[in-house]
Ligand binder design. Sequence first.
Ligand SMILES: C[N+](C)(C)CCCC[C@H](N)C(=O)O
Ligand SMILES: O=C(O)CCC(=O)C(=O)O
Length: 464
Amino acid sequence: MACVPLTRDLCMSRSTLLSRSIWGANIHRGLATHLARGAASAAALNVQPRSPTTARSVQEVVSDDLPTISMDGRKVAVGWDTRTWSRFHNIWLRDHCRCPQCFHSTTKQRLLNTFEIPADITPSQVEPTADGLQVSWPSSESHVSLYPWSWLQKNSYDPPLGQRETRAEKIIWSSKIQTSPPTITYQEAMAEDDRGLYKWLSHIDRFGMCFISGVPPTPEATEELSRRIGFIRETQYGKFWDFTSDLAKGDTAYTTLALGAHTDNTYFTDPCGLQLFHLLSHTEGTGGSTLLVDGFYVASILKELHPEAYSILARTPVPAHAAGEPSALYQPSPPSGYPVLGHDPVTGELIQVRWNNDDRSVMNNLDPYQVEEWYNAIKTWHKLLTSPDSEYWVQLGPGTAVIIDNHRVLHGRSAFTGKRRMCGAYIGVDEYRSKLAVLREKFAANPNTPSVLETERSIWSPAL
Ligand SMILES: C[N+](C)(C)CCCC[C@H](N)C(=O)O
Ligand SMILES: O=C(O)CCC(=O)C(=O)O
């Protein structure tokens, strides 16, 4: 649809211009997608109509269903309906051009030199099209950008429209989950079409853990299973671990001691994302049950019943160390550590639990007036963690592995006697979330559109 430039920064689509008496010539209707349509009033746009046209005529203008577009100063406003407008800075739009000159269509990396965009850049034309908002930029050779409406809605920042790629809803659980814990079979997990792998990772994403039944009771099969998700995260404990109570490594996991509910790697800046355990054998003794606790469930109760304690655990950094191996002395960066309850700085949602009281270092950063309330807070936290309502005890055995989200689910074990052989692996949180994102692209895409694997990954992928 050709554009008829009206003034420096305004344009009307030719058909719109010819077929309508347009209110405030810089207004046209656009694709309202699933949103109710309605006329935008001049007041809402803070725009002086170019001709004495009432808002009503704007409503009459709704012949096609494209959003209303307006430009004021350094922004383009998109009217999704009478109450819902998004404003995008010109420089922001230019910076996010996805044309092949500005954005590498294979590597999905920005090619445009952001820093050469004039601070006062203004479109020479803006036009709503069925494919999205089309913006022409003043330059020696005309440069046209196109922004799909759904992309603009997802990435609207003024205001946020709540259409961001939200993570799958979390299903928080108590000890009652033992009646039907999330489980997949080894065959499903290993199936080459990855559908079972997607089911497995979707369970982990929702529940924070998942059992895998029918696993051949060998370290080799367990390692192969772990690698289905991503490469194994190597640490001072090695890559794939196969351990017992021989203090082969300087950590109480390599003893017969009980381990209270904890998350691993609190001494790392970046604790592992997933941890898989498979008990290969336990002979000549008893005990060694596995403890699982949903840290998000316990945090939700703490927040409800003890908001002050929640707030202290959410803001007080906790130092930690791993110093049992002569060749290693781990502390997080910064050494002051991170709070027990970590939150998304944008959404405020709880996204991480970091808790290992055994690995906790010296609390030398506490506000002197905070010391006792901090200890009261962790006592309250511990009381909830160790309640029968929270603790899910399960006896693992050869053939049944369990994988946990180490940013959410705490684990532990009861003391034991005899010979007990456990194997497993860490997977990095980014490797886990990347694999889940790729599988979601493959399987959760709109069934009416070809799988993204048959086409290029969209340059409009919500993750980019
Ligand atoms: C898993 N594996 C047996 C290899 C090591 C266990 C290390 C446990 C450590 N205290 C932590 O909480 O991170
Ligand atoms: O031995 C177990 O069952 C668990 C050990 C443990 O908690 C760990 O390795 O982090």
